[in-house]
Design a binder for this molecule. Sequence first.
Ligand code: SPV
Ligand code: MG
Length: 290
Amino acid sequence: MNKANKLRELLATNKLTKIVGAHNGVSAKLVERAGFDGVWASGLEISASYGIPDASLISMNQFLEAARSMNEVIDIPIVADCDTGYGNALNVMYMVKRYEEAGIAGVSIEEKKFPKDNSLLAGGRQELLRVEEFEGKIEAAKAAQKNSDFMIIARIEALIAGWGQEEAQMRAHRYAEAGADAILIHSKSSDPGEVLEFINNWDLDLPLVLVPTNYPSLTEKDIVEMGKVKLVIYANHGLRAAIKAMENIFAKIKNDGGIYDLDGLIDPVSHVFELQGVPEMKEHERKFLK
Ligand code: SPV
Ligand code: MG
C-alpha cells in the first residue's frame, strides 16, 4: 500500500487523524516514534530551518526536497504544506506531479496570492485570490494527480484575512465543488469560537482539517465530539521545542564556560546514531562488506 492509500485509510476510520509538523529527516522520525499518524511538511518549519521568513522566499524544489528527505526515512504518510502552489494553476499541476512522484500522500494549497505571508503573522499580508482563480487551481491539482487516493486539501484563508464566516463558507463550498478532498479551515483567533462557528455551519460530507496553533484550548476530545473534523495538524511544536532547548543549552555553555555540566540536559551521541539508523547500517556492513 502506498502512503496516499494509507492516509485515505486513516481518514476513513472514525478516529481523529493527528499529524505533526517537521522539516527534516530527524524531526520526521521523532514525530513517527511519538506515535502520530503522519507528518505535516510545514512551510513555516522548512522556511525557519533556512533562517528566513515563511513568505514564499524559497523555491518549490527546496520545499519538495525537504518533504522527500522526510518521506524517505519514515513509514507514516506526509501531508505537504504547499502554500499557494508556488504560482498559478499551471505551477500547481507541476507541483502535484512532483510531490506525487516523491511519494507524498497529499498536499494542502491555500487560497492566498503568491507570494504569501505566514497566516499567523501579526500584520501579515493576507491577500486572497479571486474564488474562480483558486477553483481553477483545485481543478488543476485534481487533473494532475495520478493516484486517485492522493489528497488535495483546499485551505480557506478567508477568516485569516478577516473576510468573515459567510465568505469562508461560500469559498469552502466552491472549492468542494471544484473537487477538493478536504477543507482546511484556518484561524488565527485565540478563541476557538470562530472555527467552531464554521464547523457548526458546515453542511457537506467533505472532511474538515484544523490547525489549532492559535487556539490551543480546543482539545482532541472537543474536536471529536463535533464530528466533521477528520484531521488535526500540530503544525510547529517540534520546531518551537527545539528552538527553546537550543537557546537554553547554548546560553548555559556560554555561561558555564564549558560543556562539563550538561548531563541529563542533552541526549547522548549514541541516541543520535540510533536515530540516524546506524544499527541498520552496521547490519548491512556485516552482510555486504566482503
Ligand atoms: C505551516 O506550518 O507552515 C502552516 C500553518 O501553514 S501556519 O503557520 O499556521 O500558517
Ligand atoms: Mg504554511
